[in-house]
Design a protein around this ligand. Structure first.
Ligand code: SF4
Length: 241
C-alpha cells in the first residue's frame, strides 16, 4: 500500500522458509488473529519436533512466530537451534514486541543475542496500538538498534489494516507516518482467514510463492496452505480446556 515491493518479499533462489508457530498463546488478543491465537492458547511447540521438521537438505530460513513466540519458555533454544545449523541462512522473528526491553541498552543486547542474518518483524495494528501507545516509539527503537548493530539485520513493521473499518484504519496509517516508519513498513489489508474467516468483504489469503512450510505448535505441518494451517490453529484452541 505504500507503492513499492514489500520488504522481505521472496526473491528467486530464496531458501525454503520454515514458519514455526512456537505457541498459540499470545499476550494480546487481536480479534481477527490469522493464527487463532489468544491469551487462552496453551499449546507449545516441542524443540525436538521442530528439529525433525527442518528440511533434510539445502539451505533454509527459520521464522519464529506464534502466537507470541517470545513467550515460549524455550524461546532462546529455538533461536540457538537455527543458529547452530550452518544451512540456516536467516532467522526471522515475528513479534508483537510486548516483552521487548524498552531501554536502549537492554533492547540492543536483546536484539544482538538473536544473531545474524536477522529479520525482525514487529506487528502493528489497531488492537496493538490501542493497548500500547508506546508501540511506535518501540518500533523506532528496534529499527535504530538493528541499524546500529550493523549489516545483515533487517527491520520490518508489519502493518495490518481493517478494510472498510475506521476509514481503513486511518489512525494506524497516520501513526506509522508520524513515527517516520513508512520506509520500514509493509502495509496490507487483513485477509479472510483465522478469526477473520467470517469477514466476507475481506480478501482470502493469497500467497505469492510456495517455497515455505508452516508448522503448528502441536508439530503438525501444512506445507504452504495458510488457511489449513489457521484451521489447525483454531482446532488447537478449541481442544484446550
Ligand atoms: S495477531 Fe499477533 S499479536 Fe495479535 S493475537 Fe495474533 S499472534 Fe497475538
Amino acid at each position: 500500500m505504500n507503492g513499492r515491493l514489500p520488504l522481505d518479499h521472496p526473491l528467486p533462489g530464496r531458501p525454503h522458509r520454515v514458519y514455526a508457530a512456537l505457541t498459540n498463546h499470545c499476550n494480546r488478543s487481536c480479534p481477527w488473529c490469522s493464527t487463532c491465537s489468544s491469551p487462552a492458547g496453551d499449546s507449545w511447540l516441542d524443540l525436538d519436533a521442530l528439529k525433525r521438521l527442518i528440511p533434510d537438505e539445502g539451505a533454509f530460513e527459520l521464522q519464529l512466530e506464534g502466537g507470541e513466540p517470545t513467550l515460549h519458555p524455550r524461546f532462546w533454544d529455538f533461536v540457538a537451534l537455527g543458529r547452530a545449523d550452518a544451512r540456516c541462512r536467516r532467522l526471522v522473528l515475528c513479534t508483537n514486541g510486548v516483552v521487548l526491553p524498552r531501554t536502549p541498552e537492554r533492547l540492543r543486547a536483546w536484539l544482538e543475542r538473536l544473531g545474524r542474518p536477522l529479520t525482525v518483524k514487529l506487528s502493528f495494528n489497531h488492537h496493538l496500538l490501542e493497548r500500547d501507545p508506546g508501540l511506535p516509539a518501540l518500533a523506532v527503537a528496534v529499527r535504530d538498534a538493528l541499524a546500529a548493530l550493523g549489516a545483515e539485520r533487517v527491520f520490518v513493521l508489519n502493518v495490518r489494516l481493517r478494510r472498510g473499518c475506521a476509514d481503513d484504519d486511518r489512525e494506524v496509517r497516520e501513526a506509522v507516518a508520524r513515527a517516520g516508519l513508512l520506509d520500514s513498513a509493509n502495509i496490507f489489508f487483513l485477509q479472510r482467514y483465522g478469526f477473520a474467516s467470517g469477514e466476507s468483504s475481506w480478501d482470502p489469503p493469497a500467497p505469492v510463492y510456495d517455497r515455505f512450510s508452516l508448522v503448528n505448535p502441536d508439530g503438525s505441518v501444512y506445507g504452504p496452505d495458510l488457511q489449513a494451517r489457521s484451521e489447525g490453529m483454531r482446532r488447537l484452541l478449541s481442544a484446550e480446556p
